[in-house]
Ligand binder design. Structure first.
Ligand SMILES: [Zn+2]
Length: 249
């Protein structure tokens, strides 16, 4: 799913040569992607599909000099890892839009459609068909990151756990990946101690305020003794019993 950002940074900035470290990374991560899986390194404007155990095919590329340059590097890396790289007629070449907002929108939609094809690594069941609303969020650790102005800041790393709808395996995902797969509404919910905290849309909040109903909770970094995932901090949420829906049935 997500590609390790530090490796991507290396690919992007290093004086290009696939060194041992990158090849080791490639063997592990490219090898772990199942046949028909898609690899789309962030911000590169290229996308590959694993078309056989030892074969990757370029399926998408921006008509942009940087994308072509990136492709040459990725191709080099894949070949160094023992893969054949196909660049056949099936490649979709797209001129990136000049409007940066439209560009981001299109990139996001492209990633979303890739996420819809993710399969369980155990049984290949399509993850998009699993019960995505029954997600559990797990705190991993604190880590320090460097900001664009050179300063360092502490952030919390979290992961989202879902159950495969096919075999029941617990699938850990990066929160961004879960967000791509499940969409805004599910992402902006937090299940804790048998309760569900759901963020409201602005329209919903307005309707409730107009009706004089203000029973929501603003979530902090902890709530009732539990850590709250960072993307829910400062959110006005409505608390409901987690299993209310199934009790009604
Ligand atoms: Zn499964």
């Amino acid at each position: 799913m997500g590609c390790l950002p530090f490796v991507w940074l290396m690919v992007r900035t290093m004086d290009w040569k696939a060194n041992e470290e990158l090849i080791a990374w490639g063997n592990e991560h490219l090898g772990a992607i199942p046949i028909d899986g898609i690899w789309s390194p962030d911000g590169s404007g290229v996308q590959y599909k694993k078309t056989d155990v030892n074969e990757w095919s370029l399926i998408f590329m921006y008509n942009h000099p940087t994308s072509k340059e990136q492709h040459e590097k990725f191709k080099h890396l894949m070949e160094a890892c023992g893969y054949d790289v196909l660049e056949g007629d099936g490649v979709q070449e797209v001129v990136p839009p000049l409007d940066p907002q439209l560009h981001m929108q299109e990139e996001y939609e492209r990633k979303q459609s890739v996420a819809q094809g993710w399969a369980c690594p155990e049984c290949e069941y399509p993850l998009a068909n699993s019960e995505l609303d029954m997600r559990l969020d797990e705190y991993v650790e604190d880590t320090e990151i460097e900001l664009s102005n050179g300063e360092h800041t502490q952030i919390e790393l979290w992961r989202c756990l879902i159950n495969c709808g096919g075999c029941g395996a617990v699938i850990p995902m990066e929160p961004d990946d879960y967000h791509l797969l499940a969409g805004d509404e599910y992402f902006m919910r937090w299940n804790s101690n048998g309760y569900k905290y759901s963020a409201l849309t602005r329209g919903d909040m307005k309707d409730l305020a107009d009706a004089g109903i203000q029973t929501g909770t603003v979530l902090g970094s902890t709530h009732e003794g539990e850590r709250v995932p960072p993307w829910m901090w400062g959110i006005y949420a409505i608390k409901t019993k987690l299993f209310e829906r199934s009790e009604e049935e």
